[in-house]
Unconditional design. Structure first.
Length: 283
């Protein structure tokens, strides 16, 4: 699988990242099988969070044989110094490792999130201490809010941003261009969420995939289009997979035959995506 540089970090990541919600609620044997499949495909980027149920407990033992060869990213929704430090220690124990490669503030969405995390006693203090102590190599954040993401970038020289760079939100909601541009100006690594997202769930609609809170693509062809769009954006290193094996396999198959969108294809994707109801929007 193709690998790309991650911003200024000096690291190269597989263009598909293993979203560890995939192993949530699976047996240890099944988790080991899924991780082994990813390693065999050339995936070296694994992303997990304690908010993903028992994913850390399942991922840690499955990754242990490969730990020195992979890039492990973890997150926290804690906004206080004490909470973030405590959660990182717990994550390291469950993941059976003495450090993560990337520690991220998870789901920065509102001005309040930013104020808490960057204020006195906020999570940023725990993040900088963790890097000094060797508990993480790099610092980043994930975000679901444009203004919050842009403000976070101004307050700390983060190494990475994990953001919904996806065709429907980009073209249908104008969600993504400003954040991608700001991150690239700072030399940050840009990682993508929701590349295989299609639209939000409607009121009362059952989840078609239990681990996805949105409606994802419905075919391998749609997955190829979604992934090619995201990975054709200048500066995007990798896209994290959703939480079901079929979707994961569609993403891997698309990446293994990856080709940038042509100008004509880009115009077609833009026209089609603009008709989708965006999962995220600034409009």
């Amino acid at each position: 699988m193709q690998k790309r540089p991650l911003g200024r970090t000096g690291v190269e990541l597989s263009v598909v990242g293993f979203g560890a919600i995939l192993v949530m609620d699976e047996t240890p044997t099944e988790a080991a099988r899924l991780v082994g499949d990813a390693i065999g495909r050339g995936i070296n980027y694994f992303d997990v969070a304690p908010s993903y149920g028992n994913s850390e407990e399942r991922l840690g033992p499955a990754l242990e044989p490969y730990r020195k060869d992979i890039f492990l990213a973890c997150k926290t929704t804690e906004r206080s110094r004490e909470g973030a430090a405590r959660e990182l220690r717990a994550s390291l124990k469950r993941l059976r490792t003495d450090h993560v490669d990337l520690y991220q503030m998870h789901a920065i969405t509102t001005a309040e999130d930013v104020a808490q995390a960057f204020g006195p006693g906020g999570a940023v203090e725990a993040f900088t201490e963790a890097r000094q102590q060797g508990l993480t190599r790099f610092l980043g954040f994930s975000a679901h809010g444009e203004d919050a993401a842009l403000e976070a970038m101004k307050r700390l020289a983060f190494d990475t941003v994990l953001y919904p760079f996806s065709r429907g939100s980009w073209h249908g909601g104008n969600f993504g261009p400003r954040v991608l541009a700001a991150a690239r100006e700072r030399g940050m690594g840009c990682l993508a969420l929701k590349a295989l997202g299609k639209r939000p769930l409607r009121a009362g609609e059952a989840r078609p995939w239990a681990k996805c809170w949105y409606a994802p693509v419905e075919s391998a062809e749609e997955a190829r289009t979604g992934l090619r769009f995201t990975l054709s954006l200048p500066g995007v290193t990798a896209a994290v997979t959703p939480g079901h094996e079929t979707l994961y396999r569609w993403a891997c198959e698309a990446a293994e035959a990856l080709a940038p969108l042509t100008d004509v294809e880009s115009q077609t994707v833009a026209a089609d995506a603009a008709r989708l109801e965006p999962i995220f929007s600034t409009r």
